[in-house]
Write a protein that binds this ligand. Structure first.
Ligand code: PHE
Length: 341
């Protein structure tokens, strides 16, 4: 029986050498070392041996089992490596191929400028107050001290709707009345950003739609000095600490007195260039002390309250800041322009 066992051992080793895949290897294991495998079957015949022969046979069985197990482990390891190598050779990956980059958008230059403006006013304690784009003639003009047939209406060419008295706002100033009627008789410090619409010839300098950022401060004992100081501070934060500003007298029906603020040209530092038309100054906003009639319309007693208002155009500011020559680029949806900011 020992010879039979040794024969079995030799045969098993030979078949193991030829096992070329894990599947064949597993089958070999089942047939040889498994519970119903050839070694096990032979071992069961131990009963046919004489008691003296049994220990030697038992010992040999154990040696054979151990040797076969070792041979099996070695073969399994060898096959595993071979399969990995085959997979590597088959599934080549070219790591030198250029990747596909994902395109991502960025904020519109007008949005960026608006956010910069919001931040500066927020730092100075001004909240954002929003009001509607579609307005009534009453809010856009009459309550702002511009009655029907007032010659100052020429300052704002208006888009009318088919509904009489309903128009697109020509400026953010009607928001002043909305804010006052919301907060009266409290003090107010708000900015009112939004899109405005004017029925104008579209040129490099004027669009039919553009943003404005209105500002409104209402309280007791607010003076023209507060207006000048606050707006000067805004200009320094927006355009740099050293930037000079100047105020020029002007006329708006809803403020008295009224002014316009210029900043020293940011492109030529006041030396004179094409953008500032060689004056060294750029006009950036209109402003003034809130008119008593506007206070009354907003629900404040002008004897008790005072305040200032201003209105600026962020696209104009962006044009000056980035040297953009044509306002039509803003809403032209040309990515080559938009991607630059
Ligand atoms: N609403 C004015 C305009 O559109 C600007 C302005 C706002 C002036 C507030 C004074 C006070 O031109």
């Amino acid at each position: 029986m020992i010879e039979q066992l040794d024969q079995l051992y030799q045969d098993a080793l030979t078949t193991l050498e030829t096992a070329a895949s894990t599947a064949v290897l597993e089958a070999w294991y089942r047939d040889t070392l498994g519970r119903k495998g050839s070694v096990q079957l032979l071992t069961r015949q131990v009963g046919g041996l004489s008691p003296e022969e049994r220990p030697a046979f038992g010992k040999r069985v154990n040696e054979v089992k151990e040797a076969l197990q070792q041979a099996y482990d070695g073969r399994a390891e060898h096959l595993k490596l071979a399969e990995i190598e085959a997979a590597i050779a088959r599934d080549t990956l070219d790591v030198t191929l250029p990747g596909r980059s994902t395109t991502h958008g960025n904020l519109h230059v007008a949005t960026k400028t608006l956010r910069e403006i919001y931040k500066i006013w927020a730092d100075m304690g001004f909240q954002v107050f929003r009001s509607r784009d579609v307005e009534t003639d009453e809010y856009n003009f009459e309550l702002l001290n511009i009655p029907q047939h007032h010659p100052a209406r020429d300052m704002w060419d208006t888009f009318h709707t088919l509904t009489p008295g309903v128009i697109l706002r020509t400026h953010t100033s009607p928001g002043q009345i909305h804010a006052m009627r919301t907060y009266a008789p409290e003090a107010i410090r708000v900015i009112l950003p939004g899109m405005c619409y004017r029925y104008e010839q579209i040129t490099a300098r004027s669009e039919i739609q553009f943003h404005q950022v209105e500002g409104l401060a209402v309280g007791k004992n607010i003076t023209f000095a507060d207006l000048k100081g606050t707006l000067t501070s805004f200009a320094r934060r927006m355009f740099g600490e050293q930037r000079k500003v100047r105020f020029r007298a002007n006329y708006f029906p809803f403020t008295e007195p009224s002014a316009e603020m210029d900043v020293e040209c940011i492109l030529c530092n006041g030396n004179g260039c094409n953008v500032c038309k060689h004056s060294g100054w750029l006009e950036i906003l209109g402003c003034g002390m809130v008119h008593p009639n506007v206070f009354r319309n907003g629900g404040y007693d002008p004897e008790e309250y005072s305040g200032y208002a201003f209105g600026m155009g962020p696209e104009r500011i962006a044009m000056l800041k980035y040297g953009i020559e044509d306002i039509r680029y803003f809403w032209g949806n040309d990515l080559r322009f938009l991607e630059q900011f």
